[in-house]
Design a protein around this ligand. Structure first.
Ligand code: FE2
Length: 259
């Protein structure tokens, strides 16, 4: 047995969909209730769907009974305030797990590299069922900010930088990629993140909106990349040393960040 996956992800592991006309919608994300959620970078989250419909953001596998990132339950207080965001998450017709709006404060390229992580969407996902991927709908207009994807965490040559203007829509196999957002600011970035189960419904949605697996990177100065690489190496070494001094092993993954 193996997981059901979208052919659209086979080559690169991500697709960029047609841009959505975000400016035509009300800014529902400003009306939501946000909760603090432990994450790298300065973030808050507004859950639209959670494990049991509570106003919280924990992975479904951390609940009792633990389960994979499917069958999220709508958080009534927030979906009442964001009917359009809920409808957009539902449009593919694919099973929805976690669904939330992230609020991310500005950071640096080096900080984003430090935050690179792989998601754990498919923990406890039964073999033979749909592989869970995640949709990112940028809500605020952050054309100079980028979703950074790396196949290899420490190799800048594998880096993909997808620009995040208002209405940018990406779907990413976030368990495959190391990913984080470089948000230049100055205002916070808001993005709807939805866990979807791969299958014919998601395939049709990707086709309808012309999912493109080939992003063209905006140029980035080699000096910025090298400085970012060096800063991350230094921060990780410092972190490992601090943990070793306390007699703890460093798994190198830090906290549980979200993009
Ligand atoms: Fe993530």
């Amino acid at each position: 047995m193996s997981y059901i996956r979208s052919a659209a992800f086979e080559e690169t592991g991500y697709v960029v969909l047609d841009r959505y006309d975000q400016a035509a919608d009300p800014q529902e994300w400003l009306d939501l209730e946000y909760v603090d959620w432990k994450s790298s970078g300065v973030t808050r989250f507004a859950p639209l769907a959670s494990a049991f419909g509570e106003m919280e953001c924990n992975g479904f596998w951390n609940h009792t009974p633990p389960r994979t990132d499917k069958d999220g339950v709508w958080v009534q207080a927030n979906v009442d305030r964001a009917p359009i965001l809920k409808a957009r998450a539902e449009e593919p017709g694919a099973n929805i797990g976690r669904c939330r709006v992230i609020e991310l404060q500005p950071n640096s390229y080096a900080n984003a590299l430090y935050n690179l992580h792989q998601d754990d969407n498919n923990r406890l996902n039964p073999d033979g069922t749909g592989w869970i991927v995640r949709g990112f709908f940028n809500l605020s207009d952050d054309a100079e900010s980028f979703m950074i994807l790396r196949e290899n965490r420490f190799d800048p040559d594998t880096e993909v930088r997808i620009a995040l203007p208002a209405g940018a829509q990406l779907i990413v196999d976030t368990q495959r990629f190391w990913h984080a957002v470089w948000h230049k600011g100055p205002e916070p970035r808001y993005c709807l993140i939805t866990s979807w189960t791969s299958g014919p419904e998601l395939d049709a949605y990707i086709e309808k909106y012309h999912g493109n697996p080939h992003n063209v990177n905006a140029p980035l100065d080699a000096k910025i990349i090298e400085e970012g690489q060096a800063e991350v190496r230094q921060r990780l070494a410092e972190r490992a040393a601090a943990l070793a001094a306390k007699g703890r092993h460093d798994d190198g993954f830090g906290e549980d960040p979200e993009a």
